[in-house]
Design a protein around this ligand. Structure first.
Ligand SMILES: *Cc1c(COP(=O)(O)O)cnc(C)c1O
Length: 371
């Protein structure tokens, strides 16, 4: 591949290697060491969250959030349907029932009107809403918070893709009871695998930390009153995560610049629609996603791959996944249509403006041929 979708962007001064070397030299390569606390601090500083807990990935961070909130067997949890499985699987891990809500066209994220309709119809108040900010663009927080407030539903933000994105100036991941980030290899910032749980609730973070450490009681020997999980982040991964956090603003600016270049290149081409954005939102533009008219996106994907351009279908909605065939849902056709007509385009922060223009020209040329 000449143009990848999203590969890790390591710092020019090889900071990641320097920090890893330090961790190695000190033999602090397990779940103890200075990089863990500093990585957590960097996330708190960027977001303004009161507490942050580093864990092995975003999925486990979400699992811990639901666990620490006391959500369990038989509880209902509302969730965005237009998302990645890592957003929905934790609802199943705790034995709760996911209730999927469709997207709105304006943000591609959860539709506040559908949420309100759903809550009016439910007999039982759900224990939480797991809300995704898709591709790093914020959901309509004004309306969603209003509905959650009115019905007494606690919010958990799946901000896995949305580090540094803001709505009305406030950081995604800090609107609800808890929020999570992912630092997987393909995300805007990576720890080579890692996740972060954010909250302002001291009790929640302490409970999450307890469950992340195999529910070890505070005693000299290993004492266990409950079953937890082995979710603690290693100092080695935190070393990479910290190095990446130190360049967060540059990396986000680069993704936004790439989106802007695509926007200019596609302007005036009625066959291509880039993802929209709420007027109060400032997405991090993790991936530039576009909808195409008159072509089958998977065919376009194969043709572009032959030219060395890596693209990917949009997320397949959870309510259309075989594993969730029995799950409750409140859906329109919005997310299904997105899946049927969209692709994510190469969005690596290493791309130059010329790179983006070259990709855009290939896309347009391909549409002329196969469209
Ligand atoms: C990446 C991602 C996750 C999970 O993150 P991992 O670190 O891979 O476990 C969850 N939700 C969404 C929307 C994601 O994109």
């Amino acid at each position: 591949m000449k143009y990848n979708l999203s590969v890790p962007h390591l710092s020019n001064d090889k900071r990641e290697l320097k920090y890893i070397a330090e961790a190695m030299d000190n033999r602090n390569i397990g779940p103890v060491g200075r990089f863990i606390a500093e990585f957590e601090y960097a996330v708190k500083k960027l977001t303004g969250a009161g507490y942050a807990l580093g864990v092995i990935n975003g999925t486990s961070a979400l699992h811990l959030a639901l666990t620490a909130m006391g959500i369990g067997k038989g509880d209902d949890v509302m969730a965005s349907t237009f998302t990645y499985i890592g957003s929905a699987a934790p609802i199943m891990y705790v034995g709760a029932n996911p209730v999927f809500i469709d997207s709105e066209g304006d943000t591609w994220n959860l539709d506040p009107n559908l949420l309100e309709d759903a809550l009016k119809k439910r007999v039982k108040t759900p224990k939480a809403l797991v809300l995704t900010h898709i591709y790093g663009q914020p959901a309509n927080m004004d309306d969603i918070l209003m509905v959650c407030d009115r019905f007494g539903v606690r919010l958990v933000e799946d901000s896995a893709e949305a580090i540094g994105a803001t709505f009305d100036g406030r950081q995604c991941g800090t609107f609800g009871t808890a929020g999570i980030f992912s630092f997987a290899g393909n995300k805007l910032l990576t720890a080579g695998g890692g996740g972060m749980l954010l909250t302002d609730d001291k009790h929640l973070i302490e409970t999450a930390s307890y469950f992340a450490s195999n529910a070890r009681e505070p005693m000299m020997h290993h004492e266990h009153n409950s079953i937890g999980y082995n979710y603690r982040l290693s100092n080695l991964h935190a070393a990479v995560g910290l190095a990446q956090m130190e360049l967060a603003n540059e990396r986000i600016a680069a993704r936004r610049r790439i989106f802007e270049q695509y926007r200019k290149a596609f302007a005036g081409d009625s066959r291509i629609t880039l993802m929209p954005q709420h007027h109060k939102a400032k997405g991090n533009r993790w991936l530039t996603a576009a909808l195409f008219e008159g072509v089958e996106p998977k065919m376009l994907m194969v043709k572009l791959a032959n030219q060395g351009i890596e693209t990917r279908p949009l997320w397949k909605p959870m309510h259309t996944q075989p594993v969730f065939k029995d799950a409750d849902r409140y859906v329109s056709r919005v997310s299904e249509k997105l899946f049927e007509s969209g692709l994510c385009l190469p969005s690596c922060s290493t791309m130059s403006d010329d790179d983006v223009r070259a990709v855009a020209a290939e896309v347009i040329g391909m549409l002329d041929i196969i469209g």
